[in-house]
Write a protein that binds this ligand. Structure first.
Ligand SMILES: C[S@@+](CC[C@H](N)C(=O)[O-])C[C@H]1O[C@@H](n2cnc3c(N)ncnc32)[C@H](O)[C@@H]1O
Length: 266
């Protein structure tokens, strides 16, 4: 599992290097390898054994600070195939889909594994996460990224290749979380397999997709607390007496829709 904060780096650890300008580089530590940037080279062997937070001198005489990446850093910096869910959206989704330790969650599609890591950490070892992906190439990459962050694929995470509709009943999820293009197709299945009080959540980038999923939920007739929202996050730039919103922001990512299952004929 991910090493304890502050402990020395070991081979295989993910490491985020910061330069003096705040630029960040994500690397996996491999004995004998060198990291190169315009600020000079730094041997991985110099980082291995150093405590997290140490500043290490490059061949140019400048310094790089080594930290283990936060999950948000890792998800945004890792090389990937499918577009990942942004941390601001993943964080909100956890709260509004009410996902926590010990729960059984079904996720699709795994994509690059970004949201999978967030869900895996949320349900923890007492929970179970089944994440399903229809594309073998995406599934393979996601597996290696998830192992890269946690050290190995956590044993409560079950990564599968296939169609989400084929596994939903067997999994018996308390929560279904979808980041795929046509979540409305899964609404009847979610209505059938979720227990009373169970949660359905999906993320889509476009308005017609929101309309389709909300219509399907309405038609199913067994969801309450339905809500659709987007999350806007604006960074602030703080430098001496200049304190103001940043000039740039991520303008649009997508819409999160949630709902809770009720028992229609109870
Ligand atoms: C946008 S990506 C998911 C990204 C992921 N949330 C992340 O943070 O890395 C959507 C993925 O869903 C997969 N997919 C689409 N429909 C699917 C289905 N019915 N069953 C399983 N996977 C599906 C696609 O192949 C694609 O990899």
């Amino acid at each position: 599992m991910k090493p304890k904060t502050g402990t020395p780096f070991a081979p295989g650890d993910a490491c985020l290097l910061y330069d003096a300008k705040g630029r960040r580089y994500l690397i996996e530590l491999i004995a004998g390898r060198n990291f190169h940037s315009h600020r000079g080279a730094l041997a991985h062997d110099d980082i291995i054994g150093s405590p997290e937070g140490a500043s290490l001198e490059t061949t140019n005489g400048t310094f790089l600070t080594a930290l283990r990446p936060r999950l948000s850093d890792f998800v945004l910096k890792m090389s990937r195939g499918a577009t990942v869910l942004y941390p601001k959206d993943a964080a909100s989704l956890l709260m509004w889909a009410d996902i926590g330790p010990g729960m059984t969650v079904l996720e699709a599609g795994t994509g690059s594994g970004g949201l999978t890591m967030v869900l895996a950490r949320a349900v923890g070892p007492t929970g179970r996460l089944v994440s399903i992906e229809r594309r073998e190439d995406h599934a393979k990459l996601a597996r290696s990224r998830i192992a890269g962050y946690f050290g190995e694929v956590p044993d409560w995470v079950d990564l599968r290749i296939g169609e989400v509709s084929d596994v939903a009943e067997d999994v018996g999820p308390e929560r279904i979380v979808l980041d795929l293009p046509d979540p409305w197709e899964m609404v009847p299945t979610a209505a059938a397999v979720l227990p009373g009080g169970g949660g359905f959540a999906c993320y889509v980038p476009n308005v017609p997709q929101v309309e389709a999923v909300r219509s399907a939920m309405e038609e199913a007739g067994c969801f309450i607390e339905t809500a659709t929202f987007e999350v806007m996050m604006r960074d602030w730039s703080i430098s001496g007496r200049s304190v103001r919103p940043s000039h740039r922001m991520i303008g649009h990512t997508g819409f999160i829709t949630v709902g809770r299952k009720i028992l229609k004929d109870a």
